[in-house]
Design a protein around this ligand. Sequence first.
Ligand code: G3P
Length: 474
Amino acid sequence: MYDVAVIGAGIVGTSIARELSRYDLSVVVIEKSSDIANGSTKANSGIVHAGYDAKEGTLKAKFNVLGSEMYEGICKELDVPYKRNGSLVLAFNDDDLRHIEILYKRGLTNGVRELEIIDKNKVLSLEPNIQDDVVGALYAKTGAIVSPFELAIALAENANQNGVEFMLSTEVIKVYKEKDVFIIETSKGVVQSRYLVNAAGLFADDINDMLGGERFRIIPRRGEYCLFDKAVGGIVTRTIFQTPTNKGKGILVSPTVHGNLFVGPNAVEMDRKDDVSTTKEGLDEVLRGGSRSVKGLNPRDIITSFTGIRATPDTGDFVINIPTKNAVNAAGIESPGLTASVAIAPYVVSLLEEQGLRLIKKENFIATRQNTKLFINMSEDEKKEVLSKNPMYGRIICRCEHITEGDIVSAIRRPLGARSVDGVKRRVRAGMGRCQGGFCMPRVVEILARELNIPLTEVKKSDEGSFILTGKTK
Ligand SMILES: O=P(O)(O)OC[C@H](O)CO
């Protein structure tokens, strides 16, 4: 029997797992997907929001501002790329100017530091590729960017280093209580725990129903994105927003931590929670929206498009509460959820403690996690040394991102290592470049088959059944 079971290994579940791993507890994370961060976390804007957007007094506002302040330190500890690039909310007319004034005041109330309203000249001096009809902007110097799935993987690895167990490809079918024990029936058998955390993302409403908590629904809200080649990654250096609407923060244009540029998302409510297809209309909307803010977005520079699904709660705010004794919901964590998750984690742990979970600090807690250095990022001396020991570092597999066989093998062999083509891609970027895996994918498949000791036909793109050589991958 575990002390705590966490359902969900997205950014919320992995943040909570890492926080729990500071204490002498037995903890298990149960995830239905085959990898960490395979739900809303994987297709996400990757923005660390400053905190002026969420309404005063909400959980979103509180945890956004707290999270934004914690981010740099956590990314340093876990060796995850993070960049405080700042953000602008553009105004194009008087209505927009009034709107950014409201956001400015809200930001001050929420406790956001270094906020400023700037005029057209300042906007264009900071970002020369903004459209000329801009009239001003809200400038948030504390806005930042991060790689959401790399952070979730790092949090999971660090939790795992500190003893947390991960059950991947394990779907929760039913949860109920016998006396004070949670009985969690899964696709891989029964798990028992004394405490339970619901961080099930898009499916957190179903888990809450099983726990008998006050009813809420998660409404899946699609967001389509276009990712641009690194050659145009410098069109803007800050994250560029328009004034938000009741559909969300609108379409943004932002660099990524790896030097690409993305435009998106739109916002379309859907019935299904698993439809990540992209549509021509959606991508046109995204490009039109981005071009409203920024000059020079050429569709020919798009290297891929994708859809993410927000876990939007029908309550209007994050649902962080106690559905039944000894359980905590961390649900409905839509934007600014990526930013907020690192601050939600200690709060969730404090709610467990209030219900009787004893927290005794581990003496040997390992606070830092080191990622494997990619060959491309090594110094000449490091390259020589690693090559003399391991010739696999001399074989380039992904030509776009210059990723070697040694890098890929090490991503597979790490704790909670890659088990699929997408798993490799998210850990070391093989397949993330201009050709989107056209060249390297067959080689990555060969390496996975060899390292996992499985036939080529069993290598998966991502989840169970997505056999990359024979099956449907989308
Ligand atoms: O449209 P929103 O408000 O869900 O925000 C989406 C943003 O890209 C969040 O980072």
